[in-house]
Design a protein around this ligand. Structure first.
Ligand SMILES: [Cu+2]
Length: 669
């Protein structure tokens, strides 16, 4: 039966269960890992099975907030850093969003039934899955296990606030040296109702996801894995944007060769080749003539837009035992192509124009990572990380080059070398206390959009963005201090951090563009806008009061400032947190949860145009009841008091769901 378990301070055990390590597990404690579907004996067992989605799960990571643009897959941001400033991977594999309006964040391609764990390296103490100024976010998906078993789990759920229906399931089959796992998810939602019974039009969606995995053990320590993921979403309404997703299709295929305990030195060696392709189509055909004629941007025309990305890559990671120390080594190469274009169809004259937004931008990237972990003495562990990536980009489309010539001249390619280092020192103060410090210097090359995007509209500041091939890399110098206290039934975790960012990249109004006076948008060119500083704290407690009652609390705060413009950076998290009180018996788990955020007045006015957001408190009640070994019920009410609210990360202040009753039945055979 599927279990959702939230674990803080989790050692790496379940991912590297069969590997022998000479170094104790404290090496991994600085990263917050959330694990699902595992019987690990966590302090916080009470949370199992009351989470309904990947968004739900991500919310429980104290470094993560979610940007919402619709009642559909949110974009995970880590400590206020969006996807441009994070290395987001699935099992270490790269994937790039196809929509230039950010309708398809990478998290939209993952379903909760496919997820085994999410690894966040906000302190940048792990660079094995790439690194950016905001750290990295890697999703580990479920794999089949060789256990000579056959199991089917079907899970159906309905929810009231959006007339949402979700059917999902998985089949596990294993025989001899062979195992397979098939999972699917189908989702359908109508228009949703926000708080105070406010119906939000044009907010429905549908989505399907299928994942096939096979595993073959050719010997005791060699495995071959083949994985295929298909994801399709259609007619996703974006009330906060001017367009809607008509259809998005993602195909991903990978082959993995895994070797463990090859000899005394090589503990593990994983190699992967992969390919993925996303094609995204959005349009405004569903919008009323009145809306099209009167909107502030490009009135009087439909603007269907296509976007595709195609990525193929090779990744090999190994872990070596050198004396008593551990050496990790990763080599990664990938190629990515991004294309996006749009038509402009005049409603009145039927005339058509055409524009390329991403002109088949081809990226080649190669990287080498080395991590060295050494136990200095009984209580001190040192992790040293180094990573070098070389990234080269060019615009292939002649049409796109010609269109952008007045901006870029003959400058259609750029190359960047990224040098990243971090050092992490972990101190075991006593049996129950640990402290750690991480220092890092991380840089990122501009994204393909920042370099070569052309006429990309951002509704948040009503501006049209143009890429800049000559951007400098963005650099960050960070310090992260961590402390944790753990006893049999109580965990406390604290993080304090400061990031000093040099050459922060953002769009600034381009004085060089002559704009027709009636044109309501400003044109912004991506530029290095000077330095910025971010300071923040995260605290969490996890307290099992007794065998029945538990308490989970999380609190975070951040202060950010652009030193050039003396204002906050966009999407700065306000003081916010959760407080969950749980009751559990053998067959029942109930959780009363409070989610809250303070008002946010520390906003960006120049870099982006944000408004102050009011604070909110909402109350949720979630339950899981095990009827017998075959049947399980999941039910509850989110936002019990039907509060009308939106977060600071909601585009155009799109409200969140109002009171939402849900009921799910899980059948496991
Ligand atoms: Cu889109």
């Amino acid at each position: 039966m599927k279990k959702l378990i939230l674990i803080l301070l989790l050692p790496y055990l379940l991912i590297a269960a069969t590997e022998k390590d000479s170094i104790s597990n404290i090496e991994y404690k600085s990263d917050e890992i959330i694990v699902i579907d595992d019987d690990f004996n966590a302090v916080q067992k009470n949370m199992n099975t009351v989470l309904n989605s990947v968004d739900d799960l991500l919310k429980y990571n104290n470094s993560i907030d979610l940007i919402t643009r619709a009642n559909f897959a949110s974009e995970a941001i880590v400590r206020g850093y969006d996807q441009n400033r994070l290395s987001v991977t699935i099992d270490g594999m790269r994937m790039f969003s196809a929509c230039i309006d950010k309708m398809d964040p990478i998290t939209s391609y993952i379903e909760v039934e496919n997820l085994k764990a999410s690894e966040v390296s906000a302190d940048k103490s792990d660079m094995s899955h790439g690194i950016s100024v905001g750290g990295s976010l890697n999703f580990i998906t479920n794999k089949p296990t060789i256990n000579n078993d056959f199991r089917i789990v079907l899970d159906n759920q309905i929810s009231s606030a959006s007339e949402y229906y979700n059917s999902k399931g998985r089949v596990d089959y294993s025989s001899g040296n062979f195992a397979t796992l098939i999972s699917y998810s189908v989702k359908n939602a109508g228009n949703f109702t926000a708080g105070n019974s406010t119906l939000i039009g044009n907010s429905s969606f549908s989505k399907e996801n299928v994942k096939l995995n096979t595993l073959y053990n050719s010997s005791t320590n060699i495995t071959h894995g083949l994985e295929y993921i298909y994801d399709h979403s259609a007619d996703v309404g974006y009330p906060a944007l001017i367009m809607d997703t008509r259809s998005t299709e993602m195909n991903m295929l990978s082959y993995q060769l895994g070797m463990k305990n090859i000899n005394e030195v090589i503990l593990s060696w994983d190699t992967r080749v992969y390919y993925n392709r996303i094609s995204h189509l959005m349009d405004d055909y569903n919008r009323s003539d009145e809306e099209i004629m009167n909107r502030s941007v490009m009135p009087g025309m439909y603007m269907p837009m296509d976007g595709t990305t195609e990525t193929m890559g090779f990744l090999t990671k190994n872990k070596l035992l050198v004396g008593d120390d551990i050496l990790k080594f990763t080599l990664e190469v990938f190629r990515m192509n991004a294309f996006s274009d749009m038509k402009m169809e005049m409603l009145e004259t039927g005339r058509e124009m055409y524009l390329i937004n991403l002109g088949d931008i081809e990226t080649y990237s190669g990287g080498i990572y080395t991590g060295y972990f050494t136990q200095l003495n009984e209580s001190l562990l040192l992790k040293l990380n180094g990573r070098i990536d070389y990234i080269t980009r060019k615009v292939n489309s002649e049409f796109a080059r010609a269109t952008a010539e007045s901006y870029w001249g003959n400058n259609y390619s750029n190359n960047n070398l990224q040098l990243n280092t971090s050092a992490n020192l972990q101190l075991e103060i006593s049996e129950s206390q640990n402290a750690n410090i991480t220092l890092s210097r991380v840089e990122r090359a501009p994204t393909h959009l920042e370099s070569f995007g052309f006429y990309i509209y951002n509704i948040a500041d009503n501006s049209i963005y143009i890429g800049n091939p000559d951007l400098n890399k963005e650099k960050s110098y960070s310090v992260n201090l961590g402390y944790d206290f753990h006893s049999d039934n109580f965990n406390l975790k604290l993080n304090l951090y400061n990031d000093y960012i040099v050459d922060y990249i953002a769009g600034l109004v381009d004085d060089g563009v002559e704009v027709v006076e009636t044109f309501a948008q400003s044109f912004k060119l991506f530029q290095n806008i000077g330095n910025a500083n971010i300071t923040g704290m995260e605290a969490s407690i996890d307290y099992n009061i007794n065998s029945s009652f538990g308490l989970l609390g999380k609190l975070k705060y951040q202060y950010s400032q652009s030193l050039t413009y003396n204002e906050a950076l966009p999407f700065t998290p306000p003081l916010s947190g959760i407080l969950n009180f749980s009751y559990t018996t053998n067959s029942y788990t109930g959780v009363i949860g409070v989610e809250f955020a303070a008002e946010q007045n520390n906003i960006s006015k120049y870099i982006n145009i944000e408004d102050s957001t009011p604070g909110f408190v909402i109350l949720n009640w979630r339950n899981n009841y095990k009827i017998n070994d075959t049947f399980k019920l999941r039910f509850g009410i989110d936002n019990i008091f039907d509060k009308y609210y939106f977060t600071h990360f909601s585009i155009n202040n799109l409200p969140s769901l109002g009171r939402n009753l849900y009921l799910g039945l899980v059948v496991g055979m």
